[in-house]
Design a protein around this ligand. Structure first.
Ligand code: F6P
Length: 497
């Protein structure tokens, strides 16, 4: 079993002389003003949650956009702040972007161009030349910051996601000695879809500045290789999934990301979570006779929240016995609200909750408890533990870490995961009840299956799911990336089964 200590050992033995720099758009710690006080918050979203434990264990520098309104107040003269604030383990280097640049690079090209292009969730991508220029400019700003942090010594730069398609080439050109890897957390589309992106050749050239390019699934690797093959001059070796361009090799591999299983497991067993469960019982007025369903995500059109609510509506129409007894808690964390498609899904969810609650509500019971805000890890783990079932119904998702968090929190070995087939996680979590979220009937049936499954079946499935996430944890993900980079053999006991 690959544990945190194994990753530490690998770092110690093989890259201890390297400086480690992680780059992502979203920062792992955000300072904001709340009621006149500065508070430090953790953002919603899987990437920072997955990477933070690794940086806490290894130390290093994390370069990210300083997006909080109190961020400038908390850095030193080099734009550094030590984090986590309560027990500093690594350095956060903040990069500043003007409102206009953030609007065009992040809300524009990244989230109205690349995000819908890669997810193929039937939201039309927008490709605006001025936003592509802003994307280039933002990548340049991050390159300057990384080069400053790297200095002259041996440095390993680990870039996250679709915000930084041009950064690897910029870094490699400025300092060919940097060892650069990038992980693309979202899907990579097939080549017919990718052909619609007007700056495909420049984007691919940027990404081929990496020594190692990681995707969630082998299918995304294949799509990427196809795109490279038809778009840029290069040698594409499909057998070894490598691309040679300008005499330099980029290795392309699949590494399904995960979470810190042990940390979730331990938190879920804590007294703080027990106390939070008691609070939720009071707040939701649970007296032991109700059944509880759960959904937790950012309010994003890729997550299939309206589909799930329609599935619930269908279930209540077909199965009157659940009226008055089934409570579905939907946590929706507001996200990217400056993007029209996000405002639309936000409004759609509001309207659906209102109409479903109006249709089926009786006395003090309403089927959906909609909580439109971010909750901390303790409150979320408590909800995971209380739920009879958790629904992850993404239309398309690179991996989906909520599914893995739910499983890791089920220290009682019970509960059912209903999981969309179109998540990367579905490849590993085969003991979930898998669904096609485009079918309202299938969603309703899956929820019913979760509610009626016998205890032995539930526990057998949950045990296997937990064993899978425990084995394929985030340290193993990072370890495999390092191994691929160092081109050494991965220990036999940690091979993906
Ligand atoms: O992987 C998708 C991603 O964009 C991550 O980079 C991030 O953790 C998550 O979604 C949340 O999105 P944002 O940082 O745009 O709020």
């Amino acid at each position: 079993m690959w544990k945190q200590a194994d990753l530490m050992r690998l770092i110690e033995e093989r890259i201890k002389d390297y400086r480690l720099i992680v780059v992502s758009n979203r920062e792992p710690y955000i300072h904001r003003f709340r009621d006149g006080r500065v508070v430090c918050e953790r953002p919603a979203g899987g990437v920072t949650a997955a990477l933070d434990p690794i940086l806490r264990a290894s130390g290093g520098v994390w370069v990210a956009h300083g997006s909080g309104d109190a961020d400038r107040l908390t850095v030193d003269g080099s734009d550094h702040v030590a984090v986590p604030p309560e027990e500093p383990r690594y350095t956060l280097r903040r990069v500043w972007l003007s409102r206009d640049l953030e609007g065009a690079y992040y809300y524009g090209l990244a989230n109205q161009g690349l995000w819908p292009l890669c997810h193929v969730a039937f939201v039309r991508p927008m490709f605006r030349p001025a936003e592509w220029a802003a994307y280039r400019e933002a990548n340049r700003r991050f390159a300057d910051a990384v080069l400053e942090e790297a200095g002259e010594g041996p440095t390993f730069v680990f870039i996250q996601d679709y915000h930084f398609g041009l950064l690897p080439r910029m870094l490699k050109e400025a300092n060919p000695n940097l060892v650069i890897a990038q992980f693309w957390h979202i899907p990579w589309p097939n080549r017919e879809i990718f052909r619609t992106f007007p700056w495909g050749a420049e984007l691919l050239d940027g990404l081929l500045g990496n020594d190692l390019m990681g995707f969630q699934l082998r299918a995304h690797v294949d799509n990427f290789m196809d795109a490279v093959d038809v778009t840029v001059e290069s040698m594409v070796d499909r057998e070894h999934t490598e691309v040679t361009r300008g005499g330099r090799v980029t290795r392309v591999r699949a590494f399904p990301i995960s979470i810190d299983y042990d940390e979730h497991d331990q938190l879920a067993r804590s007294a703080a979570v027990e106390a939070a469960m008691e609070e939720w019982r009071g707040r939701l007025r649970l007296d032991g006779t109700q059944r509880l369903g759960l959904g937790i995500e950012r309010l994003d059109y890729t997550k299939g929240i309206p589909e799930r609510l329609r599935g619930l509506d269908h279930l209540l129409a077909q199965r009157p016995e659940y009226r008055g007894r089934l409570i579905f808690v939907q946590v929706g964390v507001p996200s990217r609200l400056h993007v029209p498609a996000y405002r639309q899904v936000d409004e759609e969810v509001d309207a659906l909750v209102e109409s479903i609650n109006w249709r089926w509500g009786e006395g003090s019971w309403q089927p959906i408890v909609y909580l439109k805000r971010h909750f901390g890890p303790v409150e979320m783990a408590a909800l995971h533990r209380l739920a009879d079932f958790c629904v992850v119904s993404s239309i398309h998702d690179g991996q989906n870490l909520v599914a893995k968090e739910f499983v890791s929190s089920r220290v009682d070995g019970d509960g059912v995961l209903v999981l969309s087939r179109f998540t990367g996680a579905a490849r590993e979590l085969v003991d979930a009840v898998q669904v096609n979220p485009f079918s309202i009937e299938e969603l309703a049936d899956a929820m019913e299956q979760a509610l009626t499954m016998n205890a032995a079946d539930r526990q057998r499935r949950m045990q296997r799911l937990r064993a899978t996430v425990e084995r394929n944890n985030v340290y193993r993900w990072a370890g495999k990336i390092l191994h691929a980079l160092l081109q050494i053999d991965f220990p036999a006991d940690a091979e993906v089964s």
